[in-house]
Structure formats: structure tokens, C-alpha cells
Design a binder for this molecule. Structure first.
Ligand code: COA
Ligand code: ADP
Length: 597
């Protein structure tokens, strides 16, 4: 089955033979198989997405509870893209497992496949990540035990989970910022003569939360709420096209507050915008009891298509938004569509399929940054590196696979990890130890942790032209003691910095440093690089054993770090900021004690 998200295969092969010969199955893994009956299906004989969301949520919650040993609630679900529909009589298989536990929350990976019992065929339906939180006790917030990854795949998922968590926690704020900046540029809504008034698609429906909708702690199941939301969204979508709509995607969403047995849930939906072949439906869920004011529980944005008899998306009628809020939502849905496309293109592609230099802009920054860091984490988690050569405590490793050549250089320095991280994360200082960095300038400070640089390197060819690179550098502090500091590098393109006649534009697919604290004074530095034609000339002679320029460069790097061990200049400007987005909403960076404190 095709895998289109990083590390997805982890939950596809739950039985694993360890080096000891022991058959290993992830202890948090939970499986559910359901035969799709007419009562689970819509009038077209397809499994309703709401029912599937309920099964996914229950399986994932049971996995989370298996790890936590106590009751858990759904905090959020990342974007879900449904690749296929499932018919009555087919079997749905769901596998969930905890990828990583943080403090009281856990990321659970959920893989849904469908099986046709008559033909013995199986295919992927979707892959999702849910975050579950262990319910607070009287003593306060629960401190969960750690997940210990045992296979290479588990190690990859574990490492990526920290990056996904970072993205999740800043997601709402970034989307709000992007919406306000992008809608300002869109201008007035276009008027179409034959457009359907949005009002015609408006749905409001109420549900009473009964015991079967809740767990033994009387909290409403997250999956049940998602199912109710999907139900009203489907009605709104059908009213636009007077046909049966198919749910394609649900944007990442967050359960803002709990709901309990006895709550009345008011679900409101309307079509925010109709594009050529797809429409965005927004849904809002609010709860109340008796005369209490409404509590906002959740909002979601779902994309539907209408398929013709050949299963191709049909052209949809246009929508005429209502004044004020309707027009705002219409504009925001255009901005969300762009964000969705970026996300699908940049995150969901296999690493090797992402074009080398993706055009950077503010709206895809979050996804490019994720892509940058996750690619480096995936490379670092590989366990088939081969030691190529070793000299003066600098080791050069290579990894060759499917016409791909990666190399890594490893060394130790007597400098605290945090200081090493600060010194290496300012690429402009690389000129002080790497002769390949002839010029380096910051061209965009994308955010606190992401900077775009232009780097010029000397000529290696006869035409005498040097190369230049436009690099996105994404820095990450460890999420906890089991993560390294990371500095990930990849090429991007910027319209303001096109290639020039003076330089050949080189590209970096994936490179960067991982910095591990070995002790309070000793740090292990590993530099990774996935060789592209632009980079190969600089390293091929080293790999072939014909030169040892890398040893010289990394020895120079060690000297540079040791000479600046106590330099305050290494502290990034952000260290002086008082309040940042990360401080307000992001994961608390794991702070290590620096030796000079
Ligand atoms: N996505 C993922 N995790 C999130 C999150 C989001 N949008 N918002 C908060 N969290 C995580 C935090 O990172 C934290 O994890 P950690 O302890 O591992 O660091 C954990 O949730 C608790 O956060 P905390 O700050 O202590 O509490 P909070 O006031 O932010 O509450 C919830 C978070 C999820 C507990 C709260 O919003 C809630 O009760 N929501 C309703 C959950 C529910 O009932 N779901 C079922 C359907 S109604
Ligand atoms: P926003 O208005 O910023 O989109 P909300 O959380 O208020 O965010 O609502 C989410 C979505 O729910 C809206 O985009 C809209 O599609 C739908 N919605 C909100 N309120 C109503 C309503 N009164 N009637 C119908 N649909 C609604």
C-alpha cells in the first residue's frame, strides 16, 4: 500500500523481529476491525465518514489509555485526508498506537485500511494523528511514563511526533495570522449571476448527549462530536449541489472544552465557499445545559466533492455569501484552500518527491519548516550508515540507497550543547570555520526559529563560476532529554532572489546538524547531507578517500566552537526577547543546565 506521509509504515507492520529474535509488538497497539453494515452507511451504500471518525477515535483513545493506564480525552485531531470511500460489506481495519508521550498528552498514530473479503484486496483509506490527554486527577496534571521506541520505524515516529506537536500547538495562531494577512490582499468577493445564496445551505441541529455518547467518566466521546459535525456538514454540502457529497478532508481541529451527558449540543454548518470542484463547509459545535450560556466546543472546516458516475469530481455551482460574516468566511476559505494545498504538497509528499527548491512564502512557512526538520530527523534515524573513514576523532559515514547518497560527519567537542547549538545555528558564523562558505547573508527572518540565508560557495568547476544556495535554516531546541538540538537546512526559492549570471544556483535537499549533550561539557555533533549534484563536487573526493578536506573543516569547526565556548555573542537575538509565540503557546523547550551556569 502506498505510503504518502513520513513514517507511515510504522503502524503497517506491527509484528517485528528484534535482533534478539524476539517477536515484538508495540505494547500500546490497539486494533479494531468492523464489517460495514447498512446501518453504518449513507443512502449510497458508503460508510459514513462520521461513523468512521467514531471508530478511529475509540481505537486511538483505547491505545492512549493503554499507555496512560487511566482515562483519556481527545484534545485534537490533525488534518485527515480520505483517499477512498468504503462500501457496505467491506471490512474496515484500524490500527492505533502511541507514538510519543509528552507530559500529560500523547500523540496516537491511526491507520485506516479497507479490505474486500471477496477479492482479498486491501487499500489505505486514511492516516491520522490524534492527541489524547490523560484526565487530570485530584492531584493535578498527570505525568505520563515515556514511550520507549524499539524499532527504527518507532524511533522515526517518536522523533517526528515532537515536530508535529510543535506545529499543532502553533497551528491555530498561525492560521489566524495568515487569514488576516491573506484576506486583506484578496479584495472584494466576486459576484456571480447564477450563484446559490449561502443561506440556502445553512443547517442548525441539536443533539442531546446521552449515556451511549459518553464514556464512563460521563464525558462525550470526541468521535461522537466529530460524527455529529460531519452530519450537519454533509447536509449543508448537499444543499449546495442537490446531490450526494463525498468528504475529502477535515482540517486540523481542537476540542476546546469538554462536554458531558445531559449537554445539548448545537451544531451549525454553512457552505463558506464553492470552488470549481470542491467546496468548504464550516461547522461550529456549541454546548449548553439548562439556561447556561453556550460553550464553544469545536469548529471544523471540511472539504467535500461531488463525484459523477466515473468517480470524477463534478463542477459545482458558485456561492453567494451572506454579508459581513459570510463574506469574511468566503475570503478566509480561499486563504485556507491555499494553505491546504501547501500542506498537502509539502507535508504529504514522500520526502524524495518534494521538489528540491519549493517556493517559500509566509503561508507555507509552517509546512516547509516541518518538512525541513522532519527530513533531517528521518535521515538521522536511519540505522544503515556505514563508517567510511576516521581521522583525528572525526568520522565520515555514508548511506547509499536507491540512487541516493547521504553522508554524515561526526565529532565531539568540549563545549556545552546549548552553546554549540547557538554558535552553529547562525550560518553567518560558518564562514569562520568552513572555507566553502565564501559569503553568507540573512535574507529573511521567517520567524523565531526559521531563517532564510543566501550562501555563496567558491567555484569547483572549470567555468570558474561559484555556486549560490538559498537555504531555509530551521533550528529546534530539544522537546525533552531524549531529543537532540537540531539545525535543519534545505533549499527554497524566493522570487526576490532569482539565480544570477554570476553564480550557478545549487540546491540542498536535506542537510543539517544534530547536537547531542553527552555530558554538561561534552557534545556530540553530527552533520548530515543528502548529496545533490550541487553538493557532490565538494565531498566526492573525501568519500572516495582521495582527500580529507572534511576532516580539516570539522577540525576547524571544533576549534571555532572551543574558542567561542564562553562567548555571549553566541546567544541569538531571540534569547533577549521577553515574550515570543513559542513562550506563549508552543511546547516548553527542554532547558538543559549549561556548564557555565
Ligand atoms: N493539540 C494538541 N494538544 C494540545 C492542544 C492542541 N490543540 N492544546 C493543548 N494540548 C495539550 C497540551 O500541550 C498539554 O500537553 P502536555 O501536558 O503533554 O504538555 C495538554 O494538552 C494539557 O494542556 P494544559 O495546558 O494542561 O490544559 P489546557 O487548559 O490547554 O486543556 C485540554 C487542554 C485538551 C485538556 C482542554 O482543552 C479540554 O478539556 N478539551 C476538551 C477535551 C474533550 O473533552 N474531548 C472530548 C470531546 S468534547
Ligand atoms: P469563523 O466564523 O471564524 O469561521 P466559527 O468558529 O464561528 O469561526 O465558525 C466555524 C464555521 O462554522 C464557520 O466558518 C461557519 O461555516 C460555521 N458557522 C458558524 N456559525 C454559524 C451559524 N450561525 N450558522 C451556520 N453555520 C455557522
Amino acid at each position: 500500500m502506498a505510503s504518502d506521509r513520513p513514517g507511515e509504515d510504522t503502524i503497517q507492520d506491527p509484528l517485528f523481529i528484534l535482533e534478539t529474535g524476539e517477536v515484538y509488538r508495540n505494547p500500546t497497539e490497539v486494533k479494531m476491525s468492523q464489517i460495514v453494515l447498512p446501518c453504518h452507511a449513507n443512502h449510497c451504500g458508503e460508510l459514513s465518514a462520521g461513523q468512521l471518525l467514531k471508530w478511529m477515535d475509540s481505537t486511538a483513545c483505547l491505545s492512549a489509555e493503554r499507555h496512560a493506564g487511566c482515562s483519556c480525552i481527545t484534545a485534537s485531531v490533525d488534518d485527515i485526508h480520505f483517499e477512498r470511500t468504503i462500501g457496505v460489506g467491506q471490512v474496515v481495519n484500524i490500527i492505533a498506537k502511541v507514538n510519543r508521550a509528552f507530559t500529560s498528552s500523547m500523540e496516537v498514530g491511526i491507520l485506516v485500511t479497507c479490505e474486500d473479503l471477496y477479492t482479498d484486496r486491501q487499500w489505505k483509506v486514511c492516516h491520522a494523528f490524534g492527541t489524547f490527554v490523560a484526565r487530570r486527577t485530584e492531584a493535578g496534571k498527570v505525568q505520563l511514563k515515556q514511550v520507549i521506541p524499539r524499532t527504527q520505524m518507532e524511533q522515526m515516529e517518536y522523533s517526528l511526533a515532537a515536530e508535529r506537536r510543535r506545529m499543532r500547538l502553533i497551528h491555530a495562531e498561525i492560521i489566524t495570522d495568515l487569514l488576516s494577512s491573506s484576506t486583506a490582499q484578496l479584495g472584494e468577493c466576486q459576484e456571480y449571476q447564477d450563484a446559490v445564496p449561502a443561506e440556502r445551505t445553512r443547517v442548525e441541529s441539536v443533539e442531546l448527549v446521552l449515556p451511549p455518547h459518553a464514556n464512563h467518566q460521563v464525558s462525550t466521546f470526541g468521535g461522537q462530536i466529530m460524527a455529529w459535525m460531519e452530519n450537519v456538514a454533509t447536509i449543508a454540502a448537499s444543499r449546495l449541489c442537490n446531490a450526494h457529497p463525498t468528504l475529502r478532508t477535515i482540517d486540523m481541529f481542537h476540542f476546546r472544552g469538554p462536554s458531558h451527558i445531559g449537554d445539548r449540543l448545537v451544531l451549525k454548518a454553512i457552505v463558506n465557499n464553492a470552488f470549481k470542484n470542491s467546496m468548504e463547509v464550516g461547522v461550529c459545535a456549541e454546548a449548553y445545559q439548562g439556561g447556561e450560556p453556550l460553550r464553544h466546543i469545536n469548529s471544523a472546516f471540511m472539504t467535500f466533492e461531488v463525484l459523477d458516475s466515473d468517480r470524477k469530481p463534478r463542477t459545482l455551482p458558485r456561492i453567494r455569501p451572506e454579508p459581513v460574516d459570510g463574506k469574511r468566511r468566503y475570503q478566509e476559505s480561499i486563504a485556507r484552500k491555499k494553505i491546504r494545498l501547501d500542506r498537502k504538497y509539502i507535508i504529504s509528499c514522500k520526502q524524495t518527491e518534494v521538489p528540491l527548491s519549493v517556493p517559500w512564502d509566509q503561508s507555507n512557512q509552517m509546512y516547509l519548516s516541518y518538512n525541513n526538520v522532519s527530513a533531517l530527523k528521518l535521515m538521522a534515524a536511519r540505522n544503515n550508515w556505514v563508517l567510511n573513514s576516521e581521522k583525528n576523532k572525526v568520522s565520515l559515514y555514508t548511506l547509499e540507497e536507491n540512487q541516493m547518497l547521504c553522508f554524515k560527519v561526526e565529532t565531539h567537542v568540549d563545549v556545552p550543547a546549548e552553546q554549540t547549538f547557538h554558535l552553529l545555528s547562525d550560518l553567518r558564523r560558518r564562514q569562520e570555520w568552513d572555507r566553502h562558505y565564501e559569503e553568507c547573508e540573512v535574507i529573511n527572518q521567517a520567524d523565531e526559529d526559521d531563517t532564510i540565508y543566501r550562501v555563496a560557495t567558491p567555484s569547483v568547476s572549470k567555468d570558474g563560476k561559484g555556486q549560490d544556495f538559498i537555504l531555509l535554516a530551521s533550528r529546534r531546541k530539544p522537546c525533552d532529554a531524549r531529543d537532540p538540538y537540531l539545525i535543519a537546512l534545505r533549499s527554497v526559492t524566493l522570487p526576490t532572489h532569482p539565480p544570477t549570471d554570476d553564480y550557478t544556483r545549487g540546491e540542498v535537499l536535506c542537510a543539517g546538524f544534530s547536537i547531542w549533550e553527552e555530558s554538561s561539557t561534552v557534545t556530540k555533533i553530527t552533520y548530515y547531507n543528502q548529496a545533490t549534484p550541487g553538493v557532490l563536487p565538494y565531498i566526492s573526493t573525501d568519500i572516495a578517500g582521495l582527500s580529507s578536506s572534511f576532516y580539516c573543516i570539522f577540525s576547524a569547526c571544533s576549534h571555532f566552537l572551543e574558542a567561542n565556548r564562553d562567548s555571549l555573542a553566541a546567544l541569538p537575538p531571540s534569547a533577549l526577547c521577553t515574550v515570543t509565540r513559542q513562550d506563549c503557546h508552543g511546547p516548553a523547550p527542554y532547558e538543559r543546565k549549561s556548564s557555565n551556569q
